[in-house]
Ligand binder design. Structure first.
Ligand code: GYE
Length: 340
């Protein structure tokens, strides 16, 4: 399985023992589309019969970030690469994820990987996986389980740091005079919503000019981001800055601001997290003012982790992906080569 042309994703920091040369290349098949639900199973053909069976429970199809993340995983954990991937979309519902994980346990898969929609409530099903002897890998989002033996590793971004970087930018750039900030939060109870909120709050707390006057969930979707922003615009006539926990909600806010006859990026500044193509395009057009990146291309590193474990190796318990940040000029320069 090592004979393909490989391209390293270069997002891992702090990986101690991953073997080199196992990274899978990013493919270029069609986008998985949105709204897909239920299970899909890649045929085990081409793997010579001893493919590694992986059950992956995805959060949903809520954002551009998620579409890129799903594509990265599906393009990497392929039969050609030695995997038999069972993939399911939980449509942002924890009960669907628990059901999917139980079904993977019942099928006796070799590994379970999932991106937990919320942080709490996983101990029971993770115990079941442990009892069945199936290693679990957390991708993208964390769980708050005290027993860290319930999973092998957690690979994903540092969401607190992302929120801090946004907070520092807002404080330094706009907070030289008194400003009113509204916050569009991610899915309630999710690790990125919790951490991006606390990181931001931490970064602005020393600057009395920066006031968060309202904060509500837009569930990481464009449609809900727009609806919540419409409500904010009606309730608060003097909003200076929107802090959106992801690009999609920021893009929804742009629509609401324009519909209210104001100019996004000028009359009301917007800062967000992710760095997906639509967000970066809006940034290069001046409609968004600043974006902190969150890399969704976790497939190659997930494949490396599983192959390492499968070969009897060990992996670090926490693998942090590296993220960038962009202003308007930097987004314009980065866009032509952007992969997602
Ligand atoms: O920022 C958002 C997505 O968990 C990091 O989930 C991920 C977040 C991402 O819906 O766009």
């Amino acid at each position: 399985m090592l004979s393909k042309k490989f391209r390293t994703s270069a997002v891992i920091a702090g990986v101690a023992s991953l073997a080199l040369g196992l990274a899978a290349c990013a493919g270029s098949s069609d986008d998985s589309g949105d709204g897909a639900s239920g299970d899909t199973t890649a045929a085990a053909g081409g793997g010579g019969g001893d493919a590694i069976v992986v059950g992956f429970s995805q959060v949903g199809s809520e954002s551009g970030w998620r579409a890129a993340n799903t594509k990265s995983i599906q393009d990497t954990l392929t039969a050609d690469n030695g995997f038999d991937l069972k993939f399911s979309d939980a449509q942002q519902k924890q009960e669907n994820q628990i059901q999917a994980i139980r079904s993977y346990i019942a099928q006796g898969v070799d590994y379970i990987a999932f991106s937990p929609v919320v942080e709490s409530g996983w101990d029971g099903v993770l115990e079941e996986a442990k009892t069945a002897g199936i290693p679990v890998i957390l991708t993208d989002r964390a769980v708050d389980s005290k027993d860290t033996s319930l999973y092998k590793t957690f690979i994903g971004s540092d969401f607190v740091k992302e929120g801090q970087r946004i907070g520092e930018y807002v404080s330094d750039t706009f907070g030289t005079e008194p400003i009113n900030v509204v916050e569009l939060e991610g899915t309630t109870g999710s690790a990125p919503a919790n951490d991006r909120k606390s990181g931001f709050a931490d970064a602005i707390k020393g600057n009395p000019n920066v006031k968060v006057i309202a904060s509500e969930t837009g569930n990481f979707t464009r449609a809900e981001g727009k609806t919540v922003m419409e409500g904010f615009l009606q309730a608060y006539p003097d909003i200076d800055v929107v802090y959106a926990h992801n690009d999609d909600m920021g893009l929804g806010a742009i629509e609401a601001i324009e519909a209210a006859g104001k100019v996004p990026g000028k009359d009301i500044k917007i800062v967000s997290i992710d760095g997906v193509k639509d967000g970066m395009t809006a940034l290069s057009q001046g409609k968004i003012n600043y974006i902190v990146e969150c890399n969704p291309l976790l497939g190659p590193d997930l494949a490396k982790i599983i192959k390492t474990l499968n070969d009897g190796g060990t992996v670090e318990p926490r693998i942090v992906t590296q993220d960038d940040a962009f202003n308007q000029e930097q987004a314009t320069a980065a866009l032509p080569d952007r992969q997602y």
